[in-house]
Write a protein that binds this ligand. Structure first.
Ligand code: M6R
Length: 367
C-alpha cells in the first residue's frame, strides 16, 4: 500500500502533483480562463456582502490559512484574520453576519476546529470548510464545503493535504475575485495559467530530492535551527519548522526575517543552520540583508530561491536550492516541497518513526 515507497510520508510528498491536479479538476473552465466553484451554495450577493474573513484551523491547516490570508487580502481586498481554533473558541471573537468563517481541516474531525465552526454559526456567520474528507463532521456541518482531493493521508505529518489546501485557497480567491471584479481579467487568467503549471513544477523539485537528502543529513545532528522569510515565505517557514519538529524532534523556530534583530538574533552563533526562504522578488533585498546579519554571526545558511536568482543568492549564502519560477502568491505551493523533503530525510537519518512520530495522533478529536 506504500506503492514502493519506504514511508507513507514520502509517498504522499510524491503524490502532490496528482493532488494539485485533482483539486483543480472540474473547477477551471474549459477555456482555462475562469474558476468555477459549482459546489458552493453561497450566492454572488452573499459574496458581495462579506466584510471580514476569519480563517480558523489547527497545526498545518492553520499554516495553510496563513497563506490563505495573503491570497484573499491581495486578490479580494477583504480583511482576513487567522486564528488557531483552540484560541478562537475562548477569545470571544467578533463574529458578525457579514463575516465569512473559513475552517480548514484535513480530517474534518479536529475537535477544536469543529467547535469553532459551531461557535461561528451560533453567531450568525456563514462557514465554509476546506477539508479532505467528504462526509466528515466539519463537512457535514459547514454551510459550504470545498473538498481538497488529496486522497487519504496516512502519515501523521501532513504534506499533500497542506498543499491541496493552498490550491483550494487560490481557487476560492479567484472565485471571489471574479464575483467582486477586484482584479483585471488578464491578471486572473495569468494566475490560472500559472496554477496549472504547478504540478509539473513540483515534479521538477521532486527530481532534486537527492540534494535535499544530503542537506538533511548535515542538519540532522544540530540541536536547533531557524527558518526565516518575509510575507508568504514567513508562512511557509512556519510550516517547514513544524514539519521538522514533528518528525525529527529537532528544535526549530520560524521567524519573520525582519523580526530577528528584535531578540532572536542573540541565538545565532557559529554553525547554527538557518533556512532562508527568498522567493518574493519585491523583498529580495530586505531578506538578503537579514541573511547577512545571521551570516555575520556564523550561521550556515541554506536558501530556497526562485530559479534565476541562484547566482545572486550564492554570493550571500552557503547553499542554494532553486524552485521553478511562478507568481509570487503561488510560491508557497512550491517552496514547501523542499522543506517537506528536508524533514523527511532528517527524520530518516536520525532513525525515527517517520510516519508515526512520538506523542502525536493523526486526528485530534479531543481538546
Ligand atoms: O485534520 P486537521 O487538518 O484538522 O489536523 C490539524 C492538525 O492536527 C494537523 O495539521 C497537524 O498539525 C499535523 N500533524 C501537522 O503535520
Amino acid at each position: 500500500e506504500k506503492a514502493g515507497f519506504d514511508h507513507f510520508m514520502l509517498k504522499e510528498i510524491y503524490e502532490q502533483p496528482k493532488a494539485y491536479r485533482d483539486t483543480m479538476r472540474g473547477r477551471i473552465g474549459e477555456d482555462g480562463k475562469s474558476v468555477l466553484l459549482k459546489e458552493l451554495q453561497m450566492s454572488d450577493e452573499y459574496v458581495k456582502s462579506i466584510r471580514k474573513v476569519q480563517i480558523v484551523a489547527c497545526g498545518t491547516a492553520y499554516h495553510a490559512g496563513l497563506v490563505g490570508k495573503t491570497v484573499i487580502e491581495s486578490l479580494v481586498r477583504i480583511p482576513v484574520e487567522n486564528d488557531v481554533a483552540s484560541e478562537y473558541r475562548y477569545r470571544s471573537p467578533i463574529i458578525t453576519p457579514d463575516t465569512l468563517v473559513i475552517v480548514v481541516s484535513q480530517s474534518g474531525e479536529t475537535a477544536d476546529t469543529l467547535a469553532a465552526l459551531r461557535e461561528a454559526q451560533r453567531n450568525g456567520a456563514r462557514v465554509l470548510a476546506i477539508t479532505n474528507v467528504v462526509g466528515s463532521s466539519v463537512a457535514r456541518e459547514a454551510d459550504d464545503v470545498l473538498v481538497t482531493w488529496a486522497g487519504p493521508e496516512i502519515a501523521v505529518a501532513s504534506t499533500k493535504a497542506y498543499t491541496s489546501q493552498l490550491i483550494a485557497f487560490y481557487l476560492l480567491g479567484l472565485h471571489m475575485t471574479r464575483v467582486l471584479g477586484t482584479q483585471e481579467t488578464s491578471q486572473e487568467e495569468e494566475m490560472i495559467t500559472a496554477l496549472q503549471q504547478l504540478p509539473e513544477q513540483v515534479e521538477e523539485i521532486l527530481q532534486q530530492a537527492a540534494v535535499l537528502k544530503q542537506v538533511a543529513e548535515s542538519i540532522a545532528h544540530h540541536r536547533s535551527l531557524f527558518f526565516i522569510g518575509r510575507g508568504v515565505d514567513y508562512a511557509v517557514a512556519q510550516e517547514g519548522s513544524l514539519k521538522l519538529k514533528e518528525i525529527s524532534y529537532i528544535h526549530s523556530e520560524a521567524y519573520a526575517a525582519g523580526e530577528l534583530k528584535h531578540g532572536t538574533l542573540a541565538l545565532i552563533e557559529d554553525d547554527v543552520p538557518v533556512i532562508a526562504l527568498v522567493t518574493q522578488e519585491a523583498l529580495y533585498e530586505k531578506t538578503l540583508s537579514n541573511i547577512k546579519e545571521v551570516k555575520a554571526r556564523g550561521a550556515h545558511v541554506l536558501s530556497i530561491v526562485n530559479s534565476g536568482f541562484e547566482l545572486e543568492a550564492a554570493k550571500s549564502v552557503d547553499e542554494v536550492f532553486a524552485i521553478p519560477k511562478t507568481l509570487p502568491l503561488l510560491t508557497p505551493a512550491l517552496a514547501v516541497v523542499p522543506l517537506q523533503l528536508l524533514s523527511y530525510y532528517a527524520s530518516l537519518a536520525l532513525g525515527h518513526d517517520v510516519d508515526k512520530p512520538r506523542n502525536l495522533a493523526k486526528s485530534v478529536t479531543v481538546e
